[in-house]
Ligand binder design. Sequence first.
Ligand SMILES: *Cc1c(COP(=O)(O)O)cnc(C)c1O
Length: 398
Amino acid sequence: MPGFELFGEAERKEVNDVLDNGVLMRYGFDGMRNGHWKAKELESELQITFQSKHVQLVSSGTAAVSVALASAGVGAGDEVIMPTFTFVASFEAIMMLGAIPVLVDIDDTLGLDPIAVKDAITSKTKAVMVVQMCGSMANMDGLQTICNAHNVLLIEDACQAIGGTYKGKPLGSIGDLGCFSFDFVKTITCGEGGAVITNNKKYYINADHYSDHGHDHIGNDRGAEAHPFLGYNFRISELHSAVGLAQVKRLPEFLEIQKKNFNILKDALSEIPEVTFRCVPDGGVESCAFLNFFLTDLDTTRKVIQGFKEEGVDACWNYFDNSWHYIRKWDHLKNQNSLYPISKEVKEGLKYLQTKTFKQSDHYIGRNISCLIKLSWTEIEVKERANKMVKIIKSKIK
Ligand SMILES: *Cc1c(COP(=O)(O)O)cnc(C)c1O
């Protein structure tokens, strides 16, 4: 997945453009820029890549989720449904706005289970946040139907699925708003950065203003701009945008390499009858940033992971015991360990996490192995890796 593996001349050139005139900020300083508007250029490129009318770059993927929710009016006391398997950023971004994360089970897509979502909807539910984990997607038609029926927003976190599609549409472009991360380990990187995409002009204008202290960006005198509403600073810099601009132009090349490496590994593992693959919904095309498969039980899965470690097969994880991506190890959330007081509503709203169990998620995550697909592997390296993986898995199956 990580675009940084292939840094080169293109990235250097774009960054040097910015350093040559010294304007590191994306807004203002029109006279000094010599025509360089890297953030604006990157937004235009991303409009094409993600087939979306509007793109707002921000400082991170986490910021993108907060900005997306804020732009659609989600805030204090609202409930946002999210999956048990995601990145900690999901609940952080929701709680930053004083909203309440409502965690629900995933299914064999490794994304939100539409039935679990339906069961979790209350009169307080404002949005469903689907997270397209590990290069693939949840059952989007199922989720869209439920969101439409209950008149709640569908927000898509496609941070890990840059380049994947569903029924011909880029992941991230299907919901009311989509969120991307361009942090250092994503398929294309800015170093740090993120984007909110939408076809809704009002949400876009809200995102544009909110991510820059509420500035209305009218005219060319920043100091004289009005603030129609409160905002914050989630701006991206020109330096970060410059890196992203070089990277986005290389996305087709990156996706091609991912697909090739993914298929070599998948073909090899397909020969083991006990191995099954994550379900990709009809009409879905994975970005191939990760290969995800299931084994028969947690014990075997742990042994295989141990075998991978011993034999030097890196970048493969079982998320059951992982503190970044799965509910089981989020004690800081369950115990509400906060530096500052949390609102009464959120405190109350999170109490369910003390007792709630997620058996269905455990069933899938406990047996899942997720392998990062690197861009820098040679074909020989991928084939050797595939052979090693097959041998280890076979040796650990009872
Ligand atoms: C990386 C990631 C984020 C957050 O992105 P940052 O840019 O690191 O803040 C959010 N959601 C998912 C699913 C991610 O993988």
